[in-house]
Design a protein around this ligand. Sequence first.
Ligand SMILES: *Cc1c(COP(=O)(O)O)cnc(C)c1O
Length: 405
Amino acid sequence: MDASRLTTWIEIDEGAYAHNLGFFRRLVGPRVELAAVIKANAYGHGLLEIARLAARHGADSFCVFELDEALALRRAGFDQDVLILGHTPLARLDEVVAEDFRQVLFNRRSLDALAAIVARTGRRCRLHLKLETGTHRLGVDEGRLADFLARLAASPGLELEGVYTHLANVEDTTDHRYARRQLERFEGMCERIAAAGFKRVKRHAACTAAALVVPSTHLDLVRLGIGQYGLWPSKETLLSYKLRHHLGDGAAQVLRPVLTWKARIAQLKEVAAGSYVGYGCTYQTTRRTRIAVLPVGYADGYDRRLSNQAHVLVGGRRAPVRGRVCMNLIMVDVTDVPGVALEDEAVLLGRQGEQTVSAEHLAALAGTISYEIVARLRPGIPRLVRSPTATASRPQSQIGPTTRW
Ligand SMILES: *Cc1c(COP(=O)(O)O)cnc(C)c1O
């Protein structure tokens, strides 16, 4: 797609993505299955665009949250293993079996329904049993394990391919004692599963943060989410990683952000000193001001809490957002940016010249985490993949912005 025809778009840097995936491959080694977590439209990066890059650059399989995401991958021609991490409605479990998806298991009623489907169709279904170890989100309590295992053993078409758990407290701290307690519980339950006769079951526990700072979590498979997109799960994870590897500020460059969000200036105007900008008159100019209006707003995922707070990059400089973020528009102050013209590119997230607006920084301003900043980027915004070979059309964001909070 030709960006000159677009008002707003997202550029995906294939070189940065390949770099990140290569980094995680080296981290976990060749024998661990690297499962790219591409739920929530690949954390806002574009489901199919990222699936293509993940397959090309060494991911072994995919994780999604729901059945429809898995079906979208199949329809687009991806034949890799896809693990559905969320609940599939009982009425649609036949689609899981028909497409040979891997399904997470934590409800006894889902197990009964699947047993009936494989008995009826003669097909198999691969299940990953989710164990409750202290996060108290999805999972089977240890007290119910024997019952699940007995039901699985009685149904030859059901294959216990994996068992896994999810850790509650790796990202938010540099103290990983709670994670280690969860891992001990997980190991104990895995031993019971092995003792019950289930063999060659893949064990997994790691998300990005655990993969980075608790290597004992790598086990057989790593569920790699945010890190593949070049974002650190948190400041604490970056700090723990630096401490483990005796790294200084260079550690932030271990990962390269993949996404740049751009928009074209829709109108430029001169505003007299003392004028108000936007709904609620929350900003009053203190001088004659040049305002650029950009065609993005909170409906696109530009958080309204960024009103009067964030900066946008124009002409390689930081232009402050003035007034409230509207549904489809924002106003930015370009008085100090020379030579700005209608339809010039502005960068809302990413790098332009020497300047960077990081997802972490926008998250801090909006009172959230980088995950939410990218995951809420409106799916309808076109995603353009920039490949390293296309040097002629190479955007300035070739080297991703480093992480800054
Ligand atoms: C989203 C998710 C992940 C990925 O987490 P990141 O922190 O983004 O790496 C891993 N496992 C499960 C169960 C998830 O829901």
